[in-house]
Design a protein around this ligand. Sequence first.
Ligand SMILES: CC(C)(COP(=O)(O)OP(=O)(O)OC[C@H]1O[C@@H](n2cnc3c(N)ncnc32)[C@H](O)[C@@H]1OP(=O)(O)O)[C@@H](O)C(=O)NCCC(=O)NCCS
Length: 196
Amino acid sequence: MQSNTTCSDEETYQVRKLEITDKNKGFMELLHDEFQKICDSVSNDEFQKRFEELKSYGDDHVIGVIEDVASSKIVATGSVFIEKKFVRNCGKVGHIEDVVVDSSARGLQLGKKVVGFLADHARLTGCYKVILDCSADNKAFYEKCGFKEKEVQMVKFKLYDIFSHNFVGLKITHVQLQISLIIILLNALIITRFVI
Ligand SMILES: CC(C)(COP(=O)(O)OP(=O)(O)OC[C@H]1O[C@@H](n2cnc3c(N)ncnc32)[C@H](O)[C@@H]1OP(=O)(O)O)[C@@H](O)C(=O)NCCC(=O)NCCS
């Protein structure tokens, strides 16, 4: 739906859709640096498969990126997917997710630009609203992007992710979590044998 745009006179930063070559421009590292607890390493094959899958959804699922043209590095990203409803006369809602700006490039209005790109995409595809979830710390940022607080987020994780989510503050990875669960199970088995 959107054409690629350049967001400064100096053409320093290019705002555009994700391209397959962005894996070699630090796209996964950007996600990993911010979401290390929930972003494991992704092989080239896995990346290509997921990229092709998302591409097949066309305008219904778009990942936006900002490239620092001088260094060919991806410094910001975010995604939007379009939910198609029956209510509101078969209305559409845009859902923004996974917004992140490289720690070295924060404060340069890049977060605002990537969110603007995603919100514009939702508007151009006919969405009557765009929504997102965020932490209390980021509320002021999204207000600067034109959003306002409304209603309450509810969530239900799979059992495995309940543990992983609750340990997020301790930065426990999935592998560490699996090892911990195995140790707990082994201990339980040993205790059971002694008791019996
Ligand atoms: C939140 C984040 C995306 C902001 O990106 P950024 O490029 O630094 O933000 P911008 O420079 O575009 O800021 C736009 C405005 O919001 C303000 N702002 C940015 N982060 C803010 C925060 N946490 N609290 C209050 N205001 C904030 C800026 O001061 C700026 O104000 P101005 O327009 O009056 O100058 C970035 O800090 C980040 O990647 N954080 C870690 C990942 C994360 O939390 N993502 C959000 C997931 S919901």
